[in-house]
Design a protein around this ligand. Structure first.
Ligand code: ZN
Length: 320
């Protein structure tokens, strides 16, 4: 651990629908000093109490934390002027509707800067610092798993706005011959309703990881994914699209084959309309990519949000 001596230490929380991962570390190449995970359960205040106790204990062990970062599942309230800033808002997850995440941390760590953003924007910031988006000012980060979420940067700033992007709920054209009703409880056949893990399982009648590589559900899922990525490319003009989450591992099909097929389908749907070296047969391999940080993108992202909260090394460029 000598490599971390003298560096500021941050507390990080990756708040997921299944578990909260907590860590303490300096980020970058420095190994995490400690890491723990807690089941999300259905009692937010109880869980936040456990998280606070864990972070306090690590602080006693390793020294004062410079800031906290929280990368959370959503939807979340990111408007600092709002009375529900730092809350998870309208989630269907039992117990978590209007759950205060930042409040208990503020209470317990008075005066400590706290960075708070969506899980995907957190992961995007992590990939920007240390992973597949280094050196890029415009990119998209997606997670495709239990749900589909998207974040990223435009001109070096994390994507925010009215609320935050909800890329997973965009509508997609119906592929001929597909009569699947979709799985989103709000929209049926939105992207999440067609391509998230539960949607694939509903379509195929078995979990995605059990599907044989030649199962037609893969072809359908990948074609819809391609439509969504083309929509994002047309709307946001990203220089790279990074896809995390469990679905990209693609069970028996495998991650490499999943990405190969997705790149081919993307070019087919794009039909040559946008011309860029990034979208050629050779260029596309570095345009649609898995995260370099793998499954650590989320917790690394939470550390990056903590760094940003105390003004260190994050997206601090003026809006432009
Ligand atoms: Zn939807």
């Amino acid at each position: 651990m000598s490599g971390t001596v003298g560096k500021p230490i941050f507390g990080a929380i990756e708040a997921g629908g299944t578990k909260f991962v907590c860590a303490v570390g300096s980020g970058g190449d420095s190994p995490l000093l400690a890491r723990a995970s807690f089941p999300t359960g259905d009692n937010p205040s109880l869980l936040m109490g456990e998280v606070v106790a864990w972070l306090k204990a690590r602080q006693a062990e390793h020294g004062p934390l410079a800031a906290l970062g929280v990368a959370s599942f959503g939807p979340v309230d990111l408007d600092e002027r709002s009375s529900t800033y730092g809350f998870i808002t309208t989630t269907p997850k039992p117990g978590w509707n209007n759950a205060d995440i930042v409040g208990p941390l503020r209470q317990a760590f008075k005066g400590l800067p706290i960075g708070f953003d969506t899980d995907v924007n957190g992961a995007a910031l992590g990939e920007w610092h240390w992973g597949a988006a280094q050196g890029l000012e415009d990119f998209v980060y997606l997670t495709v798993g239990t749900g589909i979420g998207g974040g990223g940067m435009a001109r070096g700033r994390l994507l925010h706005g009215l609320v935050h992007p909800e890329m997973g709920h965009m509508g997609l054209p119906r592929i001929e011959g597909d009569d699947f009703a979709g799985a989103c409880r709000f929209h049926g056949r939105c992207w999440e309703g067609l391509c998230a893990g539960p949607a694939i399982a509903k379509r195929a009648g078995m979990p995605a990881e059990s599907l044989p590589p030649d199962h037609p559900a893969w072809a359908m899922t990948i074609r819809y994914m391609a439509h969504a990525l083309v929509n994002l490319t047309c709307a946001l003009s990203p220089r790279r699209i990074i896809i995390g989450g469990s679905v990209r591992k693609a069970g028996q099909l495998g991650e490499d084959r999943f990405f190969e097929r997705l790149r081919i389908e993307f070019r087919s749907v794009m039909a040559g309309y946008i011309t860029s070296p990034a979208l050629t047969e050779s260029g596309i391999a570095t345009f649609i990519v898995p995260p370099s940080l793998g499954d650590n993108a989320g917790i690394c992202g939470a550390i990056a949000l903590a760094q940003a909260a105390c003004g260190q090394g994050a997206d601090r460029k003026p809006a432009g």
